[in-house]
Ligand binder design. Sequence first.
Ligand code: GRG
Length: 289
Amino acid sequence: MGTIQARMEAALQRFLPASETVPERLHRAMRYAVLGGGKRVRPLLAFAAGELTEADPARVEVVAAAVEMIHAYSLVHDDLPCMDNDVLRRGKRTCHVEFDEATALLAGDALQPLAFQILAEHVVADRPDAQIEMLKILAVASGSRGMAGGQAIDLACVGKRLSLPELEFMHIHKTGALIRAAVVLGARCGHGLDAKQLGRLEHYAKTVGLAFQVVDDVLDCDASTATLGKTAGKDAAHEKPTYVSILGLADARALAEELRAEAHAALSSFGATAVRLHDLADFIVLRKF
Ligand code: GRG
């Protein structure tokens, strides 16, 4: 993990405009939002999925950076006063607190197209049509039928009681869509998978995406702000429906375990090439931050 995280830090440094490039303040805000923090779970998933298909790591680095830029933009916008209004992210002041609201909004706005720019500028597939398909996968995962749509549902749900399937629907979009994209794009950097294998990999991505969110909900209520590097206890304070509010803490933890088992089972036919995907399913469920 440390090797990939360091590799990603260097790659993101390279792909981002330098702080001295005009407009300096915007570029500093973009670099502030992306660099020097975060677990890099989505890049780790992309690299692990790339191992399934013997993908060239130089290709995977590009798709992982693109996904991480979309993720970083979503965190900047999510923290804005018009959304979650938070002051702490990745153990430091949120982008709009460090800079200002307009700059943070623009930093997110600029990170999003930069993700597509780097994905268009570098060869990540053997054929142009396959590369265009990869651009589309990231676009759909980020848009109104993916992450942004999930965020819209999330904002509309504050103070409401949701059923478990409704909560799952929201998270499959808000968090799950980009996690799925990271896995699928990482795998697509290498040789093709047949429809059955792709189905199993997508099932893995769906279950780790949901497990990620269940654990996020559990940590929000039983870990400290210092450990998380973001404000703990926010979901209850904002009256947000969560796995913990619907199931209770013990059942939410049990659900995360069930999803972990399901993720491992989805990989059973892949053998040794899936070892890092197995490890990441464990990391996502057992993490403490
Ligand atoms: C603003 C369009 C738009 C979308 C925002 C993902 C998201 C949608 C908001 C983030 C809010 C949030 C805390 C969601 C819970 C799950 C999640 C995405 C946590 C943060 O991801 P990590 O834990 O963060 O991977 P790091 O900092 O490690 O990269």
